[in-house]
Design a protein around this ligand. Sequence first.
Ligand code: FES
Length: 112
Amino acid sequence: MIPDNILNYFKNLDPVSVALGVGIGAILDYIVSLIFSPKGSGQINPGIDKSSAKVATMCPLKDIEDTVKKSDKGVVAYCRCWRSKKFPYCDGAHAAHNKKTGDNTGPLVIKK
Ligand code: FES
């Protein structure tokens, strides 16, 4: 049972003041989260070439064509989940990542 004095307190609240309070609280929460979020949270790359400022892979078209031609299946798969031990090539690690996280990542597959 809720005491009457508490019920009366909530009945007498001004809806505009409550909305302003909630809005200001949400904005402050957002600002605090920006300031105190640890650097690196939200990173997609868990461990590939972390000493580099940026991981950019240059693949000349001729090399891609040669790799596809040499492939048994006539395809080459490039990793887009950043979990492959053979990066930039896909090694199937995306399957474990997807199972663990519910994500739906997969490779870029180049075929003849
Ligand atoms: Fe990364 Fe397959 S291992 S997409």
